[in-house]
Design a protein around this ligand. Sequence first.
Ligand SMILES: *Cc1c(COP(=O)(O)O)cnc(C)c1O
Length: 379
Amino acid sequence: MKFNTKTIHGGQEHDPAYGAVMPPIYQTSTYAQSTPGGHKGYEYSRTHNPTRNALENAFASIENGNYGLAFGSGLAAIDAVIKLLKPGDEVISTNDLYGGSYRLFTKIFEGFGLKFHFIGMQNASNIESYINDNTKLIWVETPTNPMMNIIDIKAVSNIAKKHDVLLAVDNTFATPYLQVPLDLGADIVMHSATKYLGGHSDVVMGALIVKDKDLADRLYFIQNASGAVCGPQDSFLVLRGIKTLHVRMQRHCENGRAVAEFLVSHPNIEKVYWPGFEDHPNHDIAKEQMTDFGGMISFIPSGGDYEKAIKIVEKMKVFTLAESLGGVESLSGHPASMTHASIPKEEREKSGVVDSLIRLSVGIEDKDDLIADLKQAIG
Ligand SMILES: *Cc1c(COP(=O)(O)O)cnc(C)c1O
């Protein structure tokens, strides 16, 4: 089955009770048993729920995995992966990581005796010098947020395999429409399904997808034992979102290209970060591992400082100033004070997240309106 068919049919069957084409929202916590243990595969909704299962099957299908797991948020999904580890274990991660992931790693899990290294991975061979006997996991985000760096998943996976270390890829920005990390050798794919998979900014959810049965069983155990699951209503919404992922992504990419090209030719813009530019430092890898370049763009206004960036985001009208990304509507953000405020300024600026940086999630509106809005806001 091809991707554009999988988004609609992957892992789905019509409801066995009445043939409902969309899975019903099984709004129930528990299931009747005829005798202790005599049930139809469902006992309690933290463990299993038919609506959530339909979604989990869709997750597995679109990411070319064998097993999908849904969580109450992207961070809950990451939390479950880190719980595979034990005190003393070490994790190597990217240095311009999503702020919430950085906060979870440093403020929660360092307190449980785990050690995290945040390093530049644009050159994958950098990783090797941080690997030792305690290294158990490499955590990659690509494109990175908000600097739009590209990391070579296949190259990182070769290093991970050589040292018998798990590789997890946060595929929130790219989605499987653009890149399929499991096919490039990753062991775990993670999503904030809040973003492109849900696609309509109306639900918070996380996902994990794996191929390996043993790894899936360990993650299912954590999902049930820790309990950070999502409800059936939210599962229904994300399942519906996935059905249009391919058409939305196609338009996100088209509009993203138009906005990136507008910005780069604007005299009052100093720098535009978008992996589709031929002079982007990792453009060749982006071209190899992605089918297109997406709708996430960051830029710096000329001579920009904190005040200038704030003024621009305040002036935009079609772009809404808001946290999050990946919905049908265009959003703007100021990473230094919003998504990345939980990373210390010094750390932040080391990876390029300066006070004047603006991030755009380009939506699927008419591109002429988006460009006109940017024009009036930048001046
Ligand atoms: C939003 C986001 C997360 C966290 O997901 P939530 O659903 O907000 O918990 C993790 N990684 C990336 C890249 C994100 O954009």
